[in-house]
Design a protein around this ligand. Structure first.
Ligand code: ADP
Length: 244
C-alpha cells in the first residue's frame, strides 16, 4: 500500500492559557492519499482554518503530528519548514494575497524567485494559461476581477508543482460560474497531475466536487463522507450545526 501524502496524528491546538484557553483542535487524525481532493467542512469556529494552517506548516500545533510526504513537520526547524512550504506545499486563500504592485505574471513567479530560482516569462504565461489567463499576464490585481485574481492565486500555488495544495474557502468570494471554473481546476490538479488538494469550504456544492468530505465539530473529526452529493453533504452539515 502506498503511504499517505498527508497524515494528521492526534493533532491538538489550543490558543491562550488559563480561563481564556480555547481548544481549536482536539485530537484530529486522518490520512489522505496522493492525488485526492478533500473538502473540510464544519460549523463556524469548529477548527477548519486552524487545521489548514497547522497542516500547511503555517502554525505549530500544541501537540500531535503533521506528516507530509513522509516528513514530520515537528522535526523541521524554521528554515526546513520554510523550504518544505516553498517546494512541496501551495496555499490558496480567500483573500488572494496577491501583491498589488506586481503583474499577474510577476505574482505567479514570486514563489519560484523566493526559492532562489528564475521563472521565464514563458513559464509564467504557461501557468497563467492553465487557469485561462494567458492574456492577462501584464495586468495588475486591481485590473482583474475577483475570479481572475483567485485564478492567479491558484496559478501561483501551482507553479512550483507542489505535492499538496491547501485552499481556504477558495470560492468564497466568487460568483457561481467562476466558482465552478476554480473547482474544476482543483479537481483537474488532483486527477490529472496527482496533486493532493485539501479545501476548506462552507458550500456543499463546492464540497461535492471533492472525493471526500471531512466534517469537523468542536475541533474533532465527527464524520467522513465519500463521493456524497451536495444534498447529502448539506444534510450532514445541518445536523452538525444543530448540535452546536
Ligand atoms: P473555523 O475556521 O472552523 O471557523 P477556527 O479554526 O478559525 O475555526 O477557530 C477555531 C476556534 O479557535 C474558535 O473558537 C476560534 O475563536 C479560536 N481561535 C482561532 N484562532 C485563534 C487565535 N489566534 N487566538 C485565539 N483563539 C483562536
Amino acid at each position: 500500500m502506498t503511504p499517505p501524502m498527508i497524515s494528521l496524528r492526534e493533532l491538538r491546538m489550543a490558543y491562550g492559557s488559563g480561563a481564556g484557553r480555547v481548544t481549536a483542535l482536539d485530537g484530529v487524525s486522518f490520512d489522505l492519499a496522493a492525488g485526492t481532493f478533500t473538502a473540510v467542512m464544519g460549523p463556524s469556529g469548529s477548527g477548519k482554518s486552524t487545521l489548514l494552517h497547522c497542516a500547511a506548516g503555517l502554525d505549530r500545533p500544541t501537540s500531535g503530528d503533521v506528516i507530509i510526504d513522509g516528513v514530520r513537520l515537528a522535526e523541521l526547524d524554521e528554515t526546513g519548514l520554510t523550504l518544505l512550504r516553498r517546494r512541496r506545499i501551495g496555499c490558496v486563500f480567500q483573500a488572494f494575497n496577491l501583491i498589488s504592485s506586481l503583474t499577474a505574471a510577476q505574482n505567479v513567479a514570486l514563489p519560484v524567485q523566493l526559492d532562489g530560482r528564475r521563472l521565464t516569462s514563458e513559464e509564467a504565461t504557461a501557468a497563467l494559461g492553465a487557469v485561462g489567463l494567458a492574456d492577462r499576464a501584464g495586468h495588475r490585481p486591481v485590473e482583474l476581477s475577483g475570479g481572475q485574481q483567485q485564478r492567479v492565486a491558484i496559478a501561483r500555488a501551482m507553479v512550483t508543482r507542489p505535492a499538496v495544495i491547501f485552499a481556504d474557502e477558495p470560492t468564497g468570494a466568487l460568483d457561481t460560474q467562476t466558482s465552478r471554473h476554480v473547482l474544476e481546476l482543483l479537481r483537474e490538479l488532483a486527477t490529472a497531475q496527482g496533486q493532493t488538494i485539501v479545501m476548506v469550504t462552507h458550500d456543499p456544492v463546492a464540497a461535492a466536487c471533492a472525493d471526500s468530505v471531512l466534517l469537523l465539530t468542536d475541533g474533532q473529526l465527527t464524520d467522513r463522507l465519500d463521493g456524497a452529493s451536495a444534498e447529502v453533504i448539506a444534510a450532514h452539515m445541518a445536523r452538525a450545526e444543530a448540535a452546536c
